[in-house]
Write a protein that binds this ligand. Structure first.
Ligand code: FAD
Length: 305
């Protein structure tokens, strides 16, 4: 119930304006977001890389209907990739992009062209791109664009969400040689017609998807903080006889950082998803929806109590 209310608020412009103009606890935003500038992003990347972690950087923003904004987002990714290259960080760091920030909702072809430019720049810099997945209304258009990007850039990552009923089949389809697939539970409010609603069903689907990906020929990227699913991921990697360089774990910046370091110290590849930029509202609300304990923390920041 609380999750549904927060996720509805995540897409409400009135609530967004209020939250953004409230003296919200800076600590909470800082906990989940690396900063606002390219320099902040590169500095955080360097710190994580020094700890033996891999990174995927996300310039915050989504759902734009404004061509200039989409262009600005693309330009920021190009600037970021050039800065990562200059700092010799492209072995450790890749980027994650949201197609709705690049124009998918009003100009799908333009979004593809923007994403292609980012993938070209990433390849020149010696790294890769993963295309984030958003709500179910854009699943097909997003996967279509990922498939087009993979023609020139076969390592372009796709994201699949275990809460969607279709995802086990998508995992099988996307587990061919060379594919990179990030598997997550899914962060949006979705109707029962397309998505499992009970946690247990989402988790069971996640396990079936791990099996499909680990049994395939691609590179599974298990994005979860859930200790049980991480254990199952480790178990399946052994079961399917995978060496540690053929899969990775992924977690969000600011969530279970000790577990990130522990897995890396045990010899596993661990990638931290690092968001930065001013457009933190939707991202922060989805993080609050995932964990009611964070809401108390947030309200303390808003009310100053
Ligand atoms: P949960 O059951 O939510 O959490 C398991 C445990 O992790 C909790 O008990 C708690 O200990 C800890 N935890 C989880 N969330 C929080 C939090 N917010 N604050 C504090 N502790 C927490 N979703 C998409 O829809 N599209 C994407 O492209 C996408 N990309 C992602 C990339 C990465 C690297 C990660 C890690 C997640 C991504 N997500 C994406 C979000 C994902 O779908 C889930 O909403 C999110 O990861 C929470 O699910 P969980 O698997 O961690 O399990």
């Amino acid at each position: 119930m609380l999750r549904s209310v927060i996720l509805a608020a995540a897409r409400n412009k009135w609530v967004e304006r209020r939250v953004e103009t409230t003296p919200i606890s800076r600590g909470l935003v800082r906990r989940f977001v690396a900063g606002t500038t390219t320099e902040d992003a590169v500095r955080t990347t360097q710190q994580l890389a020094d700890d033996g972690l891999l990174i995927s950087l996300d310039y915050l923003g989504e759902d734009t209907f404004n061509a200039a904004q989409a262009e600005h987002t693309k330009d920021e990714y190009l600037r970021l990739l050039s800065s990562l290259h200059a700092a010799k960080l492209t072995e450790a760091a890749e980027v994650s992009v949201k197609l709705t920030a690049l124009g998918l909702l009003f100009d799908p072809e333009g979004a593809y062209v923007n994403a292609k430019e980012i993938c070209d720049a990433a390849a020149d810099a010696g790294t890769t791109v993963t295309v984030d997945m958003e709500d179910h209304t854009v699943t097909d258009s997003t996967l279509d664009i990922v498939n087009r990007l993979r023609v020139d850039h076969p390592k372009t990552g796709a994201v699949l969400q275990s809460y969607l009923r279709r995802t086990e089949a998508d995992c099988k389809e996307f587990s061919g040689p060379g594919s990179r697939v990030r598997l997550c539970k899914g962060a949006y409010k979705e109707p029962e017609s397309v998505a499992y609603q009970a946690r247990l069903d989402v988790d069971r689907s996640y396990v079936r998807c791990i099996n499909a990906l680990m049994n395939g020929q691609g590179y599974p990227m298990l994005a979860t903080h859930d200790p049980r699913l991480i254990e199952i991921g480790l178990d399946r990697a052994k079961w399917f006889d995978r060496s540690p360089d053929t899969y990775e774990f992924q977690m969000l910046f600011g969530i279970r950082p000790n577990e990130q370091k522990r897995l890396a110290a045990d010899g596993h590849r661990v990638r931290v998803y690092v968001p930065y930029g001013d457009e933190w509202y939707g991202y922060l609300m989805r993080r609050l929806a995932e964990r009611p304990a964070n809401v108390g923390f947030f309200l303390k920041g808003v009310t100053g109590k």
